[in-house]
Design a protein around this ligand. Structure first.
Ligand SMILES: Nc1ncnc2c1ncn2[C@@H]1O[C@H](COP(=O)(O)OP(=O)(O)OP(=O)(O)O)[C@@H](O)[C@H]1O
Ligand SMILES: C[C@@](O)(CCOP(=O)(O)OP(=O)(O)O)CC(=O)O
Length: 346
């Protein structure tokens, strides 16, 4: 798995300077990123670890327009507005500063994952934008620098630069910006799947950014979750190295429940879990009781991701569809890192 997915295509290998198209996939954290120590640099308080998916790609195209006064951003076919527009323009400003090039750009981005639903659209979105913008503005970052750059758009995007499993180092000390990047993790052959149980594809009321800020600032439980998350990460790395899917699942599940506990204790509380979420969590327990190793993780939204063996994934997905008839279930395996596309879209 590692050699297949580890390294993103280097920007200079495809595309032409001034325009580029890139694709990136969402990633789901098994050890969560929840809480920043620096908002501007997007530096996290703890390390995190994720699996990049092989479904739900984001495709982002960028073209520089010398002489234009503004960036023109289209998001899923309509002009971007508000916070989504502001975040993309702020990211382009950073790239322009690094490139020493003032040209504005036309950006078109398409998500195939629901946006803002706790399904990691910001991860695939900013990983794709980082790869495309770096190329268009003539930067030539290696994979580590690309991960650092994507991080500035959205923290979780640092991990979508890589395929398969990736760990994002929080980084420490005065060199914090340089030290905070993701890299691939060695994993024994566990043939994992994540069944994505979509119980509500609508956008969340409180963004991940705002929710984690509120949690760090007001939740009395935050410090103890951060401490236990550091221990969870060490155990997770061992479980992945040994190929012990049951241990991976148990650690991921407790890490996610702990994260949600910190939010519930924030003031005011942030609650993303809905009745349908609990229906899926009950199902996961029933599956385990029936001898199917299945473990839940949830992000900043009501949707559940069920970790299981690939061989059990279709059965798990069918059980989700039965338990939540209004919902949907998608089977994802480990997917590729962010990469440039050529003009034919390949
Ligand atoms: N393709 C994209 N290009 C640029 N920005 C994007 C893209 N998709 C999403 N975003 C940004 O990410 C925001 C949603 O991120 P948010 O973290 O709140 O929710 P999410 O989709 O659940 O992602 P995550 O699981 O990472 O929290 C959008 O409002 C937008 O600002
Ligand atoms: C719950 C999470 O999905 C939070 C993701 O948060 P974001 O990466 O979206 O936050 P920003 O850095 O503010 O853009 C957990 C995770 O992906 O690790």
């Amino acid at each position: 798995m590692r050699s297949e997915h580890a390294t993103p295509v280097r920007p200079r290998e495809q595309g032409t300077a001034g325009s580029a198209t890139a694709v990136a996939h969402p990633n789901i954290a098994l050890i969560k990123y929840w809480g920043k120590r620096d908002e501007r640099l997007v530096l996290p308080r703890t390390d995190s670890l994720s699996m990049t998916l092989d479904i739900f790609p984001t495709t982002t195209r960028i073209r520089l327009v010398p002489g234009a006064g503004n960036d023109d951003v289209t998001f899923n076919g309509v002009p971007a507005t508000g916070e989504a527009h502001r975040r993309i323009v702020a990211f382009l400003e950073l790239v322009r500063e690094r490139a020493g090039l003032a040209h504005r750009a036309v950006v078109e981005t398409e998500n195939t994952v629901p946006t803002g639903a706790g399904l990691a659209s910001s991860a695939s979105g900013f990983a794709a934008l980082a790869v495309a913008a770096a190329r268009a503005y003539g930067l030539d970052p290696d994979a580590t620098a690309l991960s650092r750059l994507a991080r500035r758009g959205s923290g979780s995007a640092s991990r979508s630069v890589f395929g398969g499993f990736a760990v994002w180092h929080a980084g420490t000390g005065t060199d914090a910006d340089l030290g905070s990047y993701a890299e691939p993790v060695s994993v024994a052959d566990i043939d994992p799947a994540l069944v994505i149980a979509v119980v509500n594809a609508g956008p969340k009321a409180v963004s991940s950014r705002e929710a984690m800020r509120r949690t760090v600032d007001t939740s009395p439980l935050y410090g103890s979750w951060a401490d236990s998350s550091r221990a969870d990460l060490a155990e997770m790395r061992t479980a992945l190295r040994l190929g012990d899917l049951e241990a991976v699942g148990e650690i991921a599940e407790r890490n996610a429940f702990g994260m949600h506990a910190t939010m519930l204790a924030a003031r005011p509380a942030v609650r993303y879990l809905s009745p349908a979420t609990l229906t899926v969590l009950d199902l996961v327990l029933r599956l385990r009781r029936d001898g199917v190793p299945a473990y839940a993780t949830m992000d900043a939204g009501p949707n559940v991701k069920v970790l299981c063996h690939r061989a059990d994934a279709d059965q798990v997905a069918e059980a989700v569809r039965h338990a939540v008839p209004d919902g949907a279930a998608y089977v994802a395996g480990p997917g590729p890192g962010a990469r440039l596309l050529d003009e034919a879209g390949r």
